[in-house]
Design a protein around this ligand. Structure first.
Ligand code: FRU
Length: 482
């Protein structure tokens, strides 16, 4: 039995997957490409795998979209709709263009070389033609020079590319996606430099939904070096972008982490979501460079996070990135339990009869400082993943110490926590559990903890625990997801 295959998270049909790539919406379809090694379940020569969805929840697997060629293997990148046919690939009509990194070595040497290339599709992403003049952009400064994310910038009426360059990002602009001009570099001395920078994204979002107050968000994944127990993780910056340079609003040493768990990496947003929809939707690889190659799945490896809608809110004196599960996930809900203003003891009575491996749980409670409160999921006599609140520390945590198989990587077992900015106020936990993951959205998405777990299929119990009596649950709801 494929005991860790998620019920509702995207996985490759077989073999290896890492970063999401080329996420673009076109003609009613959400395309998801991904870093794929089709010949093995560990990282290897990279291809772009492909899947299509009408709702970002149910995906149809498609044949491999991009194979390695004479310019190298196919590393991460993005895709856009070329609405005005600026490339001339589409005879005046709109079409899809993928912008990706060709990874190889300088001929006759073992020196790594990373150059940016194009492919295009005239049949809504079903088949892809590599541009005959690839590559279109290289660097004489950077060896690590990859993961181009491209978007149309209406104010300057040109394409912008952001890509990772060592431990910074570079910005370029173009009128036709084929010729690129350097604009600026950002990163030195800013944010976390715990490793090489990878998979950036850059986009505007209104603050508190006010279109007259827009900020730019830059997402940067940071590959953790061997000294960093956290492994690879993702940071973000808030600032201004004028079509040329990005200016960080925060002091340069501020580090804003996008997730407080260990398994959210290389995430970027879908391109070309229609204006009438208006969402900015993020998806990430739900694994960690530290152990991605050795997780205990068989025949396939890695899942994506659930897709998340991003927004900005001014909270506690700062503009912060908010993540919320996409509403489409509500379509796969089956209601199991819905309680209001109940005691922990009463809720526990309902839980003792339940067996669930894939579900959504909403818990709202007012904490009492110095008290602890915990929800145990994927539980058996010997296994449990604990999600809860620690009163003294005033933090929300996920403890995967006893979650199941943990011995494939030293340090995998552990507790990952985030401090709350409020005290003695209502806490809302919105939890997504699947066969091999938990995602905890705290207080309407101001913080998220995303963690892989590998419990036995029989570990389907649930439980509640509080360090003292008297905790009241304002809301306690469970939905089965499939
Ligand atoms: C991030 C990454 C990217 C690169 C790709 C290769 O996980 O290292 O920087 O393009 O994976 O698979």
């Amino acid at each position: 039995m494929d005991k860790f295959r998620p019920n509702y998270h995207f996985t490759p049909e077989q073999n290896w997957m890492n970063d999401p790539n080329g996420m673009v919406f076109f003609n009613g379809e959400y395309h998801l490409f991904y870093q794929h090694h089709p010949e093995g379940s560990t990282w290897g020569p990279m291809h772009w795998g492909h899947a299509i969805s009408s709702d970002m929840v149910n995906f149809e697997h498609r044949p491999i979209a991009l194979y390695p060629d004479e310019n190298g293997t196919i590393f991460s990148g993005s895709a856009v709709v070329d609405w005005e046919d600026t490339t001339g690939f589409f005879g005046g009509k709109p079409g899809l263009v993928a912008i990706f990194t060709h990874h190889d070595t300088v001929p006759g040497t073992d020196l790594v070389r990373e150059r940016q290339s194009l492919a295009y599709s005239v049949d809504s992403g079903r088949s892809w033609i590599k541009y005959r003049d690839n590559p279109v952009l290289e660097s004489d400064r950077f060896v690590d020079f990859r993961d181009p994310k491209v978007f149309w910038h209406p104010d300057t009426k040109r394409w912008i590319m952001i890509l990772a360059s060592g431990q910074s990002v570079c910005l370029y602009h173009s009128s036709n996606l084929k010729e690129w001009t350097f604009s600026s570099e950002f990163g030195q001395g800013n944010g976390s430099h715990a490793g090489v920078w990878e998979c950036p994204d850059l986009f505007p979002l209104p603050v508190n939904g006010d279109p007259s107050h827009t900020k730019w968000v830059m997402i940067v994944s940071v590959g953790g070096g061997p000294d960093h127990i956290e492994g690879s993780r993702t940071q973000y910056f808030i600032g201004e972008f004028d079509g040329c340079s990005f200016v960080n609003d925060n002091p340069s040493d501020t580090v804003l982490w996008l997730d407080h768990g260990r398994d959210n990496y290389a995430g970027v947003c879908w391109s070309d979501i229609p204006e009438e929809d208006g969402r900015r939707i993020f998806l990430a690889w739900m694994s960690n460079g530290k152990y991605a190659n050795v997780t205990p799945t068989v025949g396939w490896r890695s899942a994506m996070t659930i897709p998340r809608t991003l927004s900005l809110e001014f909270l506690y004196g700062q503009v912060r990135l908010i993540q919320k599960p996409i509403q489409e996930l509500q379509r796969i809900r089956t209601p199991i339990l819905s309680l209001e203003n109940t005691s922990l003891e009463e809720a526990q009575l309902f839980l003792s009869g339940l067996e669930l491996d894939s579900f959504e749980l909403i818990a709202e409670f007012v904490p009492v400082i110095t008290e602890d409160f915990a929800i145990k999921v994927r539980k058996s006599d010997s296994q449990q993943t604990v999600i809860g609140y620690k009163g003294i520390e005033n933090e929300i945590f996920v403890d995967r110490t006893l979650s199941g198989i943990i011995d494939f990587q030293e340090g995998f077992a552990g507790t990952h926590a985030v401090k709350l900015m409020t005290q003695n106020e209502l806490i809302k936990l919105h939890i997504f559990v699947d066969r091999s993951s938990v995602e905890v959205f705290v207080n309407d998405g101001i913080a998220v903890i995303t963690d892989l777990i590998f419990p036995e299929p029989e570990s389907t119990g649930l439980g509640l625990h509080a360090s003292q009596d008297g905790i009241q649950l304002q809301r306690f709801e469970i939905f089965k997801l499939s």
